[in-house]
Design a protein around this ligand. Structure first.
Ligand code: 26W
Length: 837
């Protein structure tokens, strides 16, 4: 697995040491007298983490500059990935691995008296995202750089990323994330690329010499966007790309004006008002927020990014004129990560029309060639719709453009396909007319579909549902526009870096660079029944479990045995993901064990990690319930440690990196049709966990890869869920007909788990009965419980389990995010790679 010459790093250990010590004394101003320092204290470790990162960043910046030069000289096409979220996690260890400098840095730090792994832990997670969508963006940036594509990620430089979570008496408590508190060694601020962004104000029609009129927008306020670049280091490649994050500040010219009029305090207040735009990441996942500030956040981000894209184009190719239209779209692709950056479409149109003197048709044709849109969810509450009134107030000019797009679309394209059909017009319009007291709203997804040349879902079943259920009319109108690109994950972070023991074993077994060519892991299939290999593979799993056992003890005080089955459900907390189905089964197991303490059952530890959106009441109730049930079970000596429940606080990328290598079982139990893809499912299986899951999202494709003998499938299918809904689902039937379900739900209602507070856990039972059980928890309970029984029995057959675990690792090749990126390249972006040789 040695690096190719293109990537040979010039950094030797002597030079690295000098650079680290230089940054320590000169950049950070640390005084080390006679080498007397306490190497165990956090402050010292933080300083060394910082100095090491700064030293490494010099190598990276050099590669960044070379990459940009090479990319511009080759005049290759680039993709601009627009995303409101990036869940990057920590960067030091990943960058070292990707540059093949991990081992040498480890040696240097050892000579200085430090463990590299220990120092890596000092870095804060970059948690500028909520969950799957943000982490996918991070994996895609890794793959784009690894495959030597010219790509720029655009996002927001949130002052506070996703909140930190702790528990107080079992309840989730949120505190602000301060990721830059102890320095941010990777960022490069680029004030020279600042953008000024107008908003509010009014429009007027100005008569032109030729008798026509032109719309003139006079803004009421200006925001300033200042970019920070974070380098994205490819694995064993010559490319370093950038993630460009916009920070919002007050427009100083505006402030000075006030200041000169003697209103100093008012000037400062403006500053505070402006800074709020990039202050905090909205913590909602799968639920549209609807506040003006979020709308302005989206616009600010889109306007900065689109202007920057045009500016970079002009710097390379000269003026952007209508004659350059074709050329522009042959050099620039823009990918919209869900509908959050939809306003980019309107901003590009506005710039072309109002600032670059394009005719409507030229501008519209260009836009349609440049944009493509990825849909990540079918949940209706996640589909963004902004009130027309809000649009009118904040972006009056953009609204007139939106109306014109809609008019042309309805009158020309819809009318051609379905002449004089008002129902079709109403169904496909970008405007939801509301009616009956409901206000008019802009359907952001419709604008995306109409303006994009390609629209993709993120797993096969999801893309099929996008065609059949979400946008059936659009699919009729443009049969080739809707397509699928199944998600993937980067094997660099999610195996090579997070699971060093397994990586070493794979290195010794496989002759190729599996971290690039992940399908090469299928060679392991031959060894799935080899006793020796099984022993090595499961020994590593056990060592990883021992490490997690210690982490669990440190974080929660709970003692678990590394010999038990580690059954893991880690993801955002949401009803559709059904952590409460898992909980209900745990309660059933507990009840069975109390009824029959001699019951045959292999010890099982249920491990949860999940954050709930701060305003999502039932999600918080479920967290509370899991914690309370865990308290009872973990302290009940009658069950002889056969059952343990652990809820690890503050689930995030860096914690996932510790849990995943230690998992035996991966819980993927969403209601069929609700989880667009899932990506945690891929990470867990890649690390040798066996999935228990529904036929939903990418689980279906995982089952196809590993075969039905190596996965535990349970629950209703998409079609069965639909049929239940059509025939009228009645959860109460399950409650009355299944005595275990009834007993467990009634138990939750008592004060057993919350002594002195009967009813504290009732909201869960209520949602499942009176609330109609919208996610079919009760319908799937028996099937899930049966699958869990089978799984428990299977684990006791050591050979059978080892075989299953090995085959899961062996057969995850398809889910390399490099493959996803090559799919985007071939079907949507059409880029060619540019490398140093
Ligand atoms: C506007 C509020 C909001 C915020 C985030 C709505 C929706 C979202 C995201 C689309 C939620 C999300 O992360 N979706 C997940 O995307 C992953 C990557 O494609 C998929 O693997 C998950 O199945 C999907 O839930």
């Amino acid at each position: 697995n040695s690096n190719t010459s293109s990537n040979k790093n010039t950094l030797d250990s002597a030079m690295l040491k000098v650079r680290i010590e230089h940054h320590l004394s000169h950049t950070l101003g640390d005084i080390i007298i006679n080498n007397v320092i306490d190497k165990q204290c956090t402050e010292t470790k933080k300083a060394y983490w910082h100095a090491t990162s700064l030293a490494l960043n010099e190598v990276i910046t050099e590669k960044l500059n070379q990459s940009q030069l090479r990319q511009s000289q080759s005049a290759c096409k680039s993709v601009n990935y627009l995303s409101l979220e990036y869940l990057m996690g920590r960067l030091l260890s990943n960058n070292l691995h990707n540059l093949d400098l991990y081992t040498i840095t480890e040696k240097v730090l050892k000579s200085l008296g430090f463990e590299l792994a220990d120092l890596c832990e000092q870095g804060a997670d970059l948690a500028l995202g909520n969950g799957g969508l943000g982490r996918l963006a991070a994996c895609f940036l890794d793959s784009l750089a690894t495959l030597d594509y010219n790509a720029m990620g655009y996002g927001i430089h949130y002052q506070h990323g996703l909140f930190k979570q702790h528990f107080a008496d079992g309840h989730q408590v949120e505190t602000p994330d301060m990721w830059r508190e102890f320095g941010s060694p990777w960022e490069i601020c680029r004030p020279e690329s600042t953008q000024l962004i107008p908003l509010y104000g009014h429009i007027e029609e100005v008569p032109q010499a030729d008798g026509s009129t032109e719309t003139k927008w006079t803004a009421g306020k200006t925001l300033k966007g200042v970019p920070y670049d974070i380098p994205i280091v490819g694995y064993n490649s010559s490319t370093v790309n950038a993630l460009r994050l916009w920070q919002c500040r007050a427009d100083s010219a505006f402030d000075w004006d006030k200041f000169n009029n003697g209103d100093y305090l008012m000037a400062l207040e403006q500053q505070v008002h402006a800074e709020i735009v990039s202050k905090v990441l909205y913590p909602n996942d799968e639920h549209a927020a609807g506040q003006e500030l979020r709308f302005i956040q989206q616009y600010f981000f889109c306007a900065c990014s689109v202007r920057d894209i045009i500016k970079r184009y002009q710097a390379q190719y000269g003026a952007l004129t209508p004659a350059q239209s074709e050329h522009f779209s042959s050099k620039v692709a823009i990918q919209l990560n869900d509908t959050h950056p939809t306003i980019a479409i309107l901003e590009l149109m506005r710039l072309l029309l109002d600032e670059f003197q394009f005719q409507w048709q030229d501008a519209w044709q260009l836009a349609r060639k440049v944009f493509a849109y990825t849909n990540h969810t079918l949940l209706p509450e996640a589909l963004e719709k902004w009130p027309v009134k809000l649009f009118e107030r904040v972006l009056p000019r953009h609204l007139t453009i939106l109306y014109r797009i809609n008019e042309a679309f309805l009158n020309e394209e819809v009318n051609a396909m379905w002449p004089n059909n008002d129902n079709m017009r109403r169904a496909l319009s970008i405007i939801d007319e509301g009616g009956e007291g409901n206000e008019r709203k802009v359907r952001m997804a419709h604008l995306c579909v109409i303006a994009s040349h390609k629209v993709n879902g993120v797993a096969q079943v999801h893309s099929d549902l996008v065609k059949s259920d979400l946008f059936p009319e659009f699919n009729q109108l443009w049969p080739k526009k809707l397509t699928n690109v199944t998600n993937g994950i980067t094997p660099r972070r999610w195996l090579k870096a997070c699971n060093p023991l397994l990586s070493a074993l794979l290195d010794s077994e496989i002759n190729a660079d599996w971290a690039k060519e992940l399908t090469q892991l299928s060679l392991l299939s031959n060894k799935a029944d080899n006793a020796d290999f099984q022993q090595q593979f499961m020994q590593i799993k056990h060592q990883n479990k021992v490490a997690l056992t210690k982490e669990i003890k440190a974080l929660t005080g709970i003692t678990v045995s590394p010999d038990a089955i580690f059954d893991v459900q880690i993801k955002r907390l949401h009803e559709y993901k059904r952590q409460h189905l898992n909980l209900l089964h745990i309660i059933a197991l507990y009840r069975r064990l109390l009824a029959d303490p001699a019951m045959e059952m292999y010890p099982q530890v249920f491990i949860f990690g999940a954050k709930a959106a701060p305003g999502y009441k039932l999600a918080k109730d479920i967290i509370f319930a899991i914690n309370k049930v865990a308290d009872k079970i973990n302290n009940d000596t009658r069950i002889h440690d056969k059952l343990k429940v652990v809820f690890l606080p503050n689930y995030r990328v860096s914690l996932a990196e510790k849990i995943i290598p230690a998992a035996d079982v991966s819980e993927q139990i969403s209601t069929a049709g609700k989880e667009a893809s899932g990506t945690g499912n891929m990470k867990l299986a890649l690390n040798g966990a066996v999935t228990i899951g529904t036929l939903d999202g990418a689980n279906i494709e995982i089952a196809e890869e590993v075969g039905n003998d190596n996965i535990f499938i349970c629950g209703l299918t998409v079609d069965e869920v639909k049929a239940l809904d059509q025939n009228g689902y009645n959860p109460t039937d399950y409650y009355h007909n299944n005595e275990e379900i009834k007993a467990c739900l009634d138990w939750l209602d008592s004060d057993y788990f919350t002594p002195g507070h009967a009813g504290a856990l009732s909201p869960i039972k209520e949602s499942l009965l009176a609330g109609g059980d919208p996610y079919k928890v009760l319908a799937d309970f028996q099937s899930y419980s049966d699958a869990q029984n089978k799984l428990n029995v299977a684990y006791q057959d050591k050979k059978r389990w080892a075989r299953m675990a090995i085959l899961n690792t062996a057969l995850m090749g398809k889910f390399n995010s490099d493959r996803s990126i090559e799919d985007y390249i071939a079907n949507i972006w059409q880029l060619t790679p540019v490398s140093a040789n």
